[in-house]
Each structure stands twice: as C-alpha cells, then as structure tokens.
Design a protein around this ligand. Structure first.
Ligand code: AMP
Ligand code: TRP
Length: 327
C-alpha cells in the first residue's frame, strides 16, 4: 500500500484554509493509502510558545483531525516529538542541505523580513519537514500550495542523498487540490488566510460560532462592480469567496456564477454564510465530544507506537547508508 504523510502545526486557530487545502484531503486519502497524520509540535517551537498553550493546541489539532473525519482505525495519528526519528533524521538532512537553498525559501524570507537575525530553527524548518516526510518512505504529501517550495526541497534532498549514497529514500510527490489549495484572507485577499493574522475577521476558524462566521463573511472585502463573476486579478476578494463556496458545496465555479446571475453580493454572501455554518457545525460538535476524552490520548499513544515502528526501520537504513553508529 502506498503511503501518505502530512502535518499541521499545533498553534490554534485552525482555519478554513487549513481545512480546504489540507485536512479535507486527509480524509479522502484514507481509503486508498496507509496514512500518517502528525501534529508537528517541533515545528511550532520555531517561534516562542507558552508550554501550557502548546499542550492544549496539540490536543486541539488532534481532536480536529478526528472531528473532520480522520479515522484512527485506518490512519496513524500522532505527535511529532513522540517519535525521536524526526529530530534525528532532521539533523542528518541538515548536513546534506545548503544555506543557499534554505535562504531561497519564501516562507523563511517572509518570516525573517526586516530582521538583522532570525531564529535558526525558522531557517532549518523545511529540513525538519523533509525529515518528517522521508522518515516514513512517503509517496504522497497532501498540502496547500503554500508548501510547494518545501515539498520541492524535500524531493531535492531525497534525490541528492540517493545519488551520493546507496538509494536511501523514496522521492515523494505533493498533492494539491484545485479548489481550496490557497484560501486568501477575507479582509485582504492579497494575503493567504493565516492562523497568526491579527484581525480575527481575516479568517474563519473551524470552531467559530455561527454569529462570528456571519460577521466575517458579511464584512469580507469585495469590490464595487456588483456583478458575481470569477476574476482573480480584478476581483480577488469575491473570487476567493466563490472559491470557498465551490469547495464547500461541491458546485463548480461556473455553476455558482450561473446561479447568481442578476443577483447582488448580499444574496451571495448570505448563502455562503449558510453553507459555511452547515459545513462547520458537525465538525464543532464532534470536536467537543472528543477533545476531553481519554480516547484521544489513547489514540495518540497508539499512533506514536505505530509510527515509531516504521521510523526505526528507516533510521536503521539511513544510519547504515551514512556509516553512523556501530550497527
Ligand atoms: P499550517 O497552518 O502552516 O500548519 O498548515 C497546515 C496545512 O494547511 C498545510 O498543508 C498548508 O499548506 C495548509 N494551509 C495553510 N494555510 C492555507 C491557506 N490559506 N489555504 C490553503 N491551505 C492552507
Ligand atoms: N510546514 C507545514 C506547514 O506549515 C507543516 C508540516 C510540517 C508538514 N511537516 C510536514 C506538512 C510534513 C506536510 C508534511 O503547513
């Protein structure tokens, strides 16, 4: 069976972009692949984290995985730092990476902009991500398109090691959806929807109340033309909303445009509120049920054990191919 790996950082505010770009794919893939879904806490500490909050967010993301439909009977759900292989392989791959290629990562450039010095963890973050993926001989990585450059680096590292040592790694492929691959900010459609933006109305979090969802959508930036049509350059705000509508309703963009011919933004937004609330309500209900249960902890412990079994085999092969250790 081919293998899937993906991860989400435990930093609160998991939003519609995370859901439509990544989490939705996780559920779909479970039927055909052996899937590993990780809560990447080691990635979260590339920026300062309050220990209590971090623990809480780890369990929040785990519960959200299950609430959107990840099934622990089919998939392995676990916390990154519970499997030592991630850090270990991260270091080994760091030694196969170059500062030049890491300096070109747009996410690093954006996060270190205007700073004389940046945390080294932010710089090597994509190498740890490559380790996450390569540790499990992953074939497919479902992510939003913002991660494309990191996936390419992971592939480059795998190929580089394979070419200079015995074949060590499976070279993975990224998997990106058409609708939902990049959801933009509701208040500024030139930026991607993000967990860390200050304005809470820039995003819809998966656990938002209906009244908050309504407010955020009704306030969303559009334009003054008043015609519902899809045009990312001229009408980025409305096009983003149409994209969200399409992803949540399984209607094509053309179908949506035909439905709203002669209608105004108000009607369109009102319907989008309803569709969004209907999609998120069952997720929130399931989340509330699961979040405080012992079952959640049991699932994560069991997941770590299973992930470790696979990781240990890969690490033995990697160490052997690099000549590390005694056996
Ligand atoms: P992160 O929040 O950075 O841990 O991202 C978790 C997953 O959500 C990754 O697969 C990202 O590519 C995806 N993602 C994050 N933001 C967006 C967005 N605005 N649109 C689509 N996918 C996103
Ligand atoms: N870097 C990813 C993000 O910010 C999260 C991540 C870490 C990840 N390791 C991964 C995604 C491995 C896919 C596979 O979204």
């Amino acid at each position: 069976m081919k293998r899937v790996f993906s991860g989400v950082q435990p930093t609160g505010n998991i939003h519609l972009g995370n859901y439509l770009g990544a989490l939705r794919q996780f559920v779909e893939l479970q039927e055909e692949y052996q899937c590993l879904y990780c809560i990447v806490d080691l990635h979260a500490i590339t920026v300062p984290q309050d220990p209590k909050e971090l623990r809480k967010h780890i369990l929040d993301v785990a519960a959200l995985y299950l609430a959107v439909g990840v099934d622990p009977k089919k998939s392995i759900v676990f916390v990154q730092s519970d499997v030592p292989g991630h850090s270990e392989l991260g270091w080994i791959l760091t030694c196969s990476s170059y500062t030049g290629e890491l300096s070109r990562m747009t996410q690093f450039k954006a996060k270190s902009q205007n700073k004389a010095s940046a945390p080294a963890g932010l710089f090597t973050y994509p190498v740890l991500m490559a380790a996450d993926i390569l540790l499990y001989d992953t074939d497919v990585v479902p992510v939003g398109t913002d991660q494309k450059q990191h996936i390419e680096l992971c592939r480059d590292l795998a190929i580089r090691v394979n070419n200079t040592r015995k074949k060590t790694f499976v070279v993975p492929e990224g998997r990106y959806l058409k609708a939902g691959a990049r959801i933009m900010s509701l208040d500024d459609p030139s930026k991607k929807m993000s967990k860390s933006a200050e304005n809470i109305h820039s995003r819809i979090s998966l656990l938002d109340e209906p009244s908050k969802i309504k407010k955020s959508i009704m306030k969303a930036t559009t334009d003054s033309e008043g015609i519902i049509r899809f045009d990312k350059d001229e009408k980025p705000g409305l096009s983003n909303l149409i994209n969200i509508y399409s992803a949540l309703s399984d209607k094509t963009i053309d179908e949506i445009i035909a439905m709203y011919e002669g209608k105004g933004y108000g009607d369109f937004k009102k319907d989008l509120v309803e569709i969004t609330v209907d999609a998120l309500t069952p997720i929130k209900e399931k989340f509330d049920e699961i979040r405080s249960s012992q079952e959640l902890i049991d699932i994560l412990e069991d997941g770590a054990e299973k992930a470790n079994e696979i990781a240990e085999k890969t690490m033995a092969r990697v160490k052997d191919n690099f000549g590390l250790g005694l056996k």
